[in-house]
Design a protein around this ligand. Structure first.
Ligand code: FER
Length: 246
């Protein structure tokens, strides 16, 4: 494992690279956590190991305001994450051992994966959104953020919760994003993994996404929640299976 930082316009993004075999060329999958998440969360570390098991290197990266990357959580926006991931993809493309590139991300990182898929369709040969929170933009237009209400036409300075504070700019940015365009802009292979007991991101969004994508499959981890609690093995089996057959 190598641990380092990727520069993004003066912002340091914390990264870890795990290769199944240091001497061999291999495909590489970029892996991103969700909202308030980081790279050592159980479900992210489990996904990393499963991707490695399939002979694919993994570049885990923490986005603006998360984990050990620069930036304050309250100042993060989806545009900042998009700018971050473009740099991470550019970095990954430049690694001499890399054959094909893939991307996997959980929840808000799953939405980012969908956006990156369309923006970098020539680079990303397959994408794996996990419990993808692709309703964030639609919810923001309807004045909902993680179950909290705000006036979508008069954005507040911030939304304050027990566990986090979000800036008005997070909401302004989210309102401008159209995830359906990202879905129609990606023709590569897509694997969506989601639990049908997810209370954060309804499973129905993944059913809809898989029907809109040209080339997608959905694995339902029956009875599990947003982070696959108690069902990590089923999530990692689906990942291993998918990457093993690419
Ligand atoms: C929301 C629903 C889900 C939201 C964020 C999420 C910020 C993301 C959750 C995650 O990444 O785990 O309304 O608003």
């Amino acid at each position: 494992m190598k641990e380092f930082y990727i520069d993004c316009d003066g912002i340091k993004l914390h990264a870890k690279l795990d290769r199944p075999d240091e001497k061999e060329k291999s495909p590489l999958c970029i892996l991103v956590h969700g909202f308030t998440g980081y790279m050592e969360e159980e479900h992210i570390a489990a996904a990393q190991k499963a991707i490695n098991d399939a002979g694919v290197s993994v570049l885990r990266a923490e986005m603006y305001g998360h984990g050990k990357s620069d930036g304050e959580f309250i100042n993060h926006t989806l545009y900042k994450w998009v700018t971050n991931i473009l740099k991470v993809i550019e970095y990954a493309r430049g690694l001499d051992f890399v054959t094909d590139l893939y991307m996997c991300g959980h929840s808000q990182g799953g939405l980012l994966t969908m956006l990156a898929g369309a923006m970098c369709a020539d680079d990303l040969k397959a994408i794996v959104p996990l419990s993808p929170a692709w309703m964030i933009p639609e919810n923001a237009r309807n004045g909902i953020v993680l179950g909290n209400r705000f006036d979508p036409e008069h954005i507040p300075d911030k939304v304050v919760c027990d566990k986090w504070e979000l800036s008005g700019d997070y909401l302004r940015v989210a309102q401008t994003i159209h995830a359906e365009d990202a879905i129609s802009g990606y023709k590569g292979r897509v694997l969506i993994i989601h639990g049908d007991d997810d209370e954060t991101v309804p499973f129905s969004y993944s059913e809809k996404a898989v029907s809109l994508y040209e080339n997608a499959e959905l694995v339902n981890i029956h009875g599990t929640d947003h982070c696959f609690t108690g069902h990590l093995d089923e999530m990692t089996d689906a990942i291993r299976d998918f990457f093993g057959k690419l």
